[in-house]
Each structure stands twice: as C-alpha cells, then as structure tokens.
Design a protein around this ligand. Structure first.
Ligand SMILES: C[S@@+](CC[C@H](N)C(=O)[O-])C[C@H]1O[C@@H](n2cnc3c(N)ncnc32)[C@H](O)[C@@H]1O
Length: 302
C-alpha cells in the first residue's frame, strides 16, 4: 500500500513535548513575574512548562477536556507543585473568573496521544472503533455520526468541515454501505468511492472526511467561537490572549473573533507562522498560525 503523506492536522505529532511556536508564544504573552496564566489546552504540558519557567512565581491554570492529557500534564508539571491548578473540562464550558489572568493560551486540535492511541479512533491508519471523542464523558461518537446521520447532513459536514469536493459522492457511498464499526472499514469505503486519480493523490482520500468527522464529533468550531467570546472577560486589562490554529476554518474564527471583540486590541496584523528550522524539527508547525490580542486597558467596554 502506498505510504500516503500524512494530513497535517490529523496525523502529525501534536502531544509531543515539542510545543509549537514556543518562543513566539512566550514572547507574545509577555509573561510577568507573579502573573497568573490560563492554558486552555494543556495537552502534554509543553507550553505550560515554558510559561511557568519564563518568569519567577508564575501561576497557571491548566485545562484539558481529555483526561489522559491532563494526567500527562500533571506528571510533566509536577515540579511546579501548587503553582499549577488543573481543570478537566471543555474550554467553552468552563466558567473562568473575570479579570483574573495575565495571559491565556489555546493551542487547538488533537494531541499525538490521541493519534497514537488506536482505540481513540482518530486515525484511519489504525484499526479501531469509530470514536474520536476528545472527552470520553460525551456520548456522541464518530460511529453515531457515520451510522445515524442522514446523507445530506454527512455531505454537508464533509464539505464544510473537511472542504471535501467529493462530499456528496462519498456520503452516498457511506449511506449505501453502512453500518461501519471501524476506522479502517470506513477509510476503505471512502477510498473505493473516489476516482482512481484521487486514490493515488498526495493525501489519503479519507483525510478530509476524518477531519470533518473529528470536528463534528467534538463540535470544534462552535466551542472555539464560544471560547473566544468568553475568554477576553477573564483577562486583566493589558492581559494577552494567544491562539494557535491549524487549519483555515479555525483560523478564520480566531481572526474574526479577536478582531470583533470590543474588549481586545489585536497585536498581530498577520498570523505568526513557524520558521523553516522549526518546521524541519516539528512538521506539525508547518500549518500553525498564532494570533495574539491584548485586553484594552481603559474600560471602554460598552
Ligand atoms: C495540540 S494539543 C496541546 C499541546 C500543548 N500545548 C503542549 O504543549 O503539550 C491540544 C489539546 O487541547 C485539548 N483540547 C482540544 N479542544 C479542547 C476544548 N474545547 N477544551 C479543552 N481542551 C481541549 C486536546 O484534548 C489536546 O490535549
């Protein structure tokens, strides 16, 4: 079988301890001694560690909706003891205290832990039940979406969240062939539903559908919108928010959300992207876009 190029935001390393755009994040947040920071996507704790190390007596609140990530972060950050507080939850649902944080970071997407653990069902390369939940307390799984949603709904999410041009054709084939139990059964059906030239293209033909499914299962775009609306209130005046996104759908929400917030001044006219050297060491950095904004100092809120 052809060794397909791996899709950027699905298959590449994410939960490694090589945090993406780390220098740019730490500089962009302008971390202060005694500052209190929120890492809304602590993952393996890579960025959090850097924030905690970049000034004396920094405190950090670390959030992740995946309990495995949180367990890994607890180990990674144990040395900071009581300076770190952990919260298991979705960043869109957490009620963050107002006027509290000197900086907030969100490094969006899945972790390599998700991808490297076949039973989580994120990867079409490994046989597993169709799951894809970042938070396993939630009931909706990828199997529910694939087996229960109607053809039009499936075509719509493949098109909207996967930017898949063959969305209708793939949705029709899935509906004909379902139910599906596993990631690999689904990937094979998708591959067989597309023209041969697509099957031998640069990326595996299931790439976009898997991205779309993941976004749908975790409602990723909606939670990002909610987070960007709520998070600025949690900053102190002059506090900064930094968000790293990995595909254009997310970046659009970040760009508009920061710009349209009455509480924020955007500091990055254009998104910050990784230097060649970082991309060589960490291929996931290739698609990363970092945008930063600062809470207005004068309370011109209304
Ligand atoms: C790319 S990883 C973060 C890596 C981290 N910055 C590091 O340096 O190790 C993204 C993490 O965000 C978590 N996540 C994604 N969406 C979330 C949400 N809505 N609420 C809370 N955590 C979320 C995922 O579970 C994953 O662990």
């Amino acid at each position: 079988m052809k060794d397909y190029e791996l899709p950027l935001d699905i298959e590449e390393v994410a939960f490694s301890h090589i945090p993406v755009l780390s220098r740019e994040v730490v500089e962009g947040l302008a971390v202060l001694p005694n500052g209190h920071y929120l890492d809304a996507t602590v993952g393996g704790g890579g960025h959090s560690r850097l924030i905690l190390e970049s000034a004396p007596d920094v405190r950090l609140t670390a959030v992740d909706q995946d309990e495995d990530a949180l367990a890994a972060a607890k180990k990674e950050l144990a040395v900071f003891e009581k300076r770190v507080q952990f919260i298991h939850g979705n960043f869109a649902v957490c009620e963050f205290p107002q006027n509290t944080f000197n900086g907030i970071l969100a490094d969006l997407g899945v972790s390599s832990h998700h991808l490297d653990t076949p039973e989580r069902g994120f990867s079409f390369r490994r046989e597993a039940r169709l799951d894809m939940r970042m938070d396993r307390r939630q009931s909706l799984t990828a199997a529910d979406v694939i087996n229960d949603w109607d053809e039009v709904e499936l075509a719509n999410i493949f098109f909207k969240y996967g930017e898949e041009r063959l969305s209708r054709r793939i949705a029709r084939r899935i509906v004909e062939k379902r139910p599906f139990q596993t990631t690999t059964e689904l990937a094979t059906a998708i591959a067989s539903s597309v023209p041969a030239k697509y099957r031998h293209g640069r990326i595996h033909p299931a790439t976009r559908v898997f991205q779309a499914l993941r976004i749908a299962v975790n409602d990723e775009l909606k939670v990002l919108e909610t987070f960007i609306t709520k998070a600025p209130n949690a900053l102190v005046p002059g506090g900064r928010i930094a968000i790293i996104s990995f595909h254009s759908l997310e970046d659009r929400i970040v760009k508009h959300g920061l710009r349209d917030s009455p509480l924020l001044n955007v500091l990055t006219k254009k998104p910050i992207t990784a230097q060649e050297e970082e991309i060589t060491n960490n291929p996931r950095a290739r698609s990363a876009k970092l945008r930063i904004a600062e809470r207005k100092r004068l309370a011109t809120l209304y």
